[in-house]
Design a protein around this ligand. Structure first.
Ligand code: VGL
Ligand code: ZN
Length: 247
């Protein structure tokens, strides 16, 4: 094809992509052909805003570097979503994921629990505290559901879908399935823990999954951010930027 023909083809093709297809299966690959085609979340898409709570923001108990920077990005993309779900890490005092629950353990060391390895964290996101509240600048009034996780004292839950035993359900999959949601866009904190585990479980449960990179920030323990992206890629999670979503 000659350049001008090719341009004309791309133009038609991208218009068809934007107009004719709901966000989802085909669009990421179509983007390879039509650079100006943006992803348009439809009625069967949901934005998942993971753990944008004071605890994970600088000044909180388990601060993620630049965690506050995700707030305006998430507020902006949320305006194009009909469906938004938010999560809150919601631990008991003396939670099994807290280093303070063990004598001789320090934060960021690990221990073995019944379900496997557990990173031990500073006390964070304790139920009902201001530290566990959602960030005050989140402006997503249409959010339909706030799902809390990590509330079983003896078990952590990075994922918004399944607790750390990989079996106990939070109910989120059932909620999304009953609402006929097929595609989820995952944002929030932290990239390498709750965002990655949520995205990978969503794939396992059959959802089409995007992670919006600039709407996340990571904790990064020993290269865990790079590992999380590699693991997510291997599971079929699609990595995009907020600018790839139609405004
Ligand atoms: C998280 C560590 C411990 C997260 C929650 O939201 O990524 N990370 N609890
Ligand atoms: Zn936690």
């Amino acid at each position: 094809m000659q350049t001008n023909q090719r341009r004309a083809f791309l133009k038609t093709f991208s218009a068809a992509a934007v107009g004719g297809l709901a966000a989802g299966s085909g669009l990421a690959s179509l983007n390879a052909f039509a650079a100006d085609a943006k992803i348009k979340p439809g009625a069967d898409s949901a934005l998942i805003v993971v753990d944008v709570q004071n605890c994970f923001i600088p000044g909180g108990t388990l601060p993620v570097d630049k965690g506050d920077e995700v707030v305006p990005v998430i507020n902006k993309i949320a305006t194009v979503f009909e469906n938004v779900v938010m999560t809150q890490d919601w631990h008991t005092p003396d939670h099994a994921s807290f280093a303070s629950a063990y004598s001789g353990k320090k934060p960021f060391e690990t221990t073995k629990l019944s379900y496997g390895n557990q990173v031990l964290w500073p006390d964070h996101c304790v139920q009902g505290t201001e530290d566990a509240a959602l960030h005050k600048d989140l402006k997503i009034p249409q959010a339909e559901l706030i799902i809390r996780k990590g509330f079983h004292k003896d078990m952590d839950s990075y994922s918004a879908f399944l607790e750390a035993d990989g079996k106990t359900s939070t109910g989120l999959a059932g909620y999304l399935q009953q609402r006929k949601i097929k595609t989820v866009f995952v944002t929030g904190l932290a990239t390498d823990f709750c965002v990655a585990w949520t995205a990978m479980d969503a794939r396992k449960l059959g959802f089409n999954v995007y992670v919006v990179e600039d709407a996340t920030r990571g904790i990064d323990l020993n290269g865990s951010v790079a590992k999380a992206w590699a693991d997510m890629k291997a599971k079929g999670v699609k990595r995009i930027q907020s600018g790839d979503i139609a405004a």
